[in-house]
Design a binder for this molecule. Structure first.
Ligand code: PXG
Length: 289
């Protein structure tokens, strides 16, 4: 495997950044997770735009133009001879000293691109559906650390993940500070009621997921009504169907939440239809490399 760091490719064993990098010392940086399917990078422009938006809010200058970064990401995929891949872009504040002050990182930001294969959940779970629970750790408040910033500070979500794992589950629902359903640790959540889709609005402590947006795009084309509306746990329990969306997990059905069976206890018809439409789109759309 070859890893891109600041314009050069390194073998995996030599792909290293300084322990004084503020990404390591403070989680000071931003990232994106992207997928490619059959040599097409899915929604690359959307991911790159979101990376630059995250960087803008934390006042981090990415030392490449969007076009240069897109070129570097495609080059990393080609050099690693990957057809179906997972791409991790990381931009950190760079090397500094032992102080929070980002001005101490005098050099450029550190840009890392890793391309590898991933399958987040075993294939059978996509057929059977996931069982998940609500956990005590709430999602970051937008006025504290806005969940729209995909920062290297993922401890909020990692704590929620640990709570789920400690209870024997793989994924967790995180609530917002008002007790509404926000999202999962690395995925957005949807429910289906009477053949209509409901998902929390992105202003309520939910990342505006690119897979989420893709589902909204498919729903609009297929005339499936969508409501971006606050959701309570009660509404999840009594939903006909439930599923999660994310670049890593793609679209995965949920069949049990906090011990309540969702709908029939099997992945729902609309969920399965959306999974099929999603995969059709990933085969058709994307940047060729
Ligand atoms: N919510 C959160 C908190 C996320 O981190 C999503 C929703 C889904 O967004 P996208 O744009 O991917 O549909 C995410 C995305 C990982 C990993 O390595 C996590 C994400 C993306 C890629 C990889 O666990 N999170």
């Amino acid at each position: 495997m070859k890893v891109y760091i600041n314009g050069r490719f390194y073998e995996k064993k030599d792909a290293k950044v300084s322990v004084f990098d503020h990404g390591f010392l403070y989680g000071d940086g931003v990232f994106e997770g992207i997928r490619s399917y059959s040599r097409l990078v899915f929604k690359l422009k959307e991911h790159i735009d979101r990376l630059y938006e995250s960087a803008k809010t934390i006042c981090l200058d990415i030392p490449l133009t969007k076009e240069q970064l897109i070129k570097a990401a495609c080059e990393t995929l080609r050099i690693n001879k990957l057809e179906n891949a997972y791409i991790r872009l990381v931009v950190s504040r760079g090397e500094g000293d032992l102080g929070l002050d980002p001005r101490k990182c005098r050099g450029n930001a550190t840009v890392v691109i890793i391309a590898d294969k991933i399958a987040l959940y075993p294939e059978e779970l996509y057929k059977k559906g996931l069982e998940i629970i609500t956990v005590p750790t709430i999602r970051n408040l937008p006025e504290a650390l806005n969940p729209q910033i995909k920062s290297l500070n993922y401890l909020n979500n990692i704590l929620a993940k640990i709570e789920a794992i400690n209870c024997g589950y793989e994924e967790a629902i995180m609530l917002d500070s008002l007790g509404y359903v926000a999202e999962c640790t690395g995925d957005n959540i949807f429910i289906v009621k009477h053949n209509e889709l409901y998902t929390p609005p992105q202003c309520m402590g939910t990342l505006r997921g690119i897979t989420r947006d893709t589902i909204l795009e498919i729903a609009s084309k297929k005339d499936i009504p969508v409501h971006e509306h606050v959701i309570t746990r009660h509404e999840v329990y009594i939903a006909d169907e439930c599923f999660l969306t994310g670049t890593a997990a793609e679209v995965i059905p949920v069949v049990k939440v906090d011990g309540r069976t969702i709908g029939s206890g099997k992945p729902g018809a609309l969920t399965l239809r959306l999974i099929e439409e999603f995969h059709k789109l990933t085969k058709r759309e994307g940047m060729k490399y």
